[in-house]
Write a protein that binds this ligand. Sequence first.
Ligand SMILES: Cc1cc2nc3c(=O)[nH]c(=O)nc-3n(C[C@H](O)[C@H](O)[C@H](O)COP(=O)(O)OP(=O)(O)OC[C@H]3O[C@@H](n4cnc5c(N)ncnc54)[C@H](O)[C@@H]3O)c2cc1C
Length: 133
Amino acid sequence: MLGVSVKDRSKTDYYYARFIAYMKKKHNLQIDEQQKVDKWLMPYISPGCAIDYGVGRILFAGEIAGFLNPMGEGISAGMESGYYAASAIMKYFDDVDLVYANYKESTAALHSYMKRQWGFVARMADTFKEMKY
Ligand SMILES: Cc1cc2nc3c(=O)[nH]c(=O)nc-3n(C[C@H](O)[C@H](O)[C@H](O)COP(=O)(O)OP(=O)(O)OC[C@H]3O[C@@H](n4cnc5c(N)ncnc54)[C@H](O)[C@@H]3O)c2cc1C
C-alpha cells in the first residue's frame, strides 16, 4: 500500500503522479496490478491535542473528537472513546451537561495519553513542532 497525503484534494492526482514517478526512478517501484484505490479524510493537526467532545446532543468519538494517536494504533482510541460516549449517554440520558461531564471525566486518561504521544512526536523533529502543547 502506498499513497500521498494532501491538504488540497484538487492536487491529489498531481502529487500522487509525482510520488509514483519518484518511487519508480529512485526505488525501482514496479506495479503489476492496482487492486484498489482508496481515499481517507485525515484530521488536521492543531496544537495542544484539543478535544471536541460534541455539539448539543451529538457526541464525538475517535479521531473526529481529536483522539488522534500520532504513533498509529488509532482503532483502540476510537473504540475506547466511543464506549465512554455511549456509557455517558446511558447513565445521564436526560441531562446533557452531565453526559458531557461524565464523558470528559471518563476520557481524561485517554486524553492525557494522547497529549503525551503528541509531545513525544513534537520532540522527535522540528517538522512536528506545531504538535507541542
Ligand atoms: C492506511 C492506514 C492504516 C492504519 N492501520 C492501523 C492499524 O493497523 N491499527 C490501528 O489501530 N489503527 C490503524 N489506522 C488508524 C485507524 O484506521 C484510525 O485511527 C481509526 O479508523 C479511527 O477511527 P474513527 O472511528 O475515529 O474514524 P474512521 O474509522 O475514519 O470512521 C469515521 C467514519 O465516518 C464516516 N463519515 C465521515 N464523514 C461523514 C459524514 N458527513 N456523514 C456520515 N459519515 C461520515 C466515514 O466514512 C467513516 O466511516 C490506520 C489508518 C490508515 C489510514
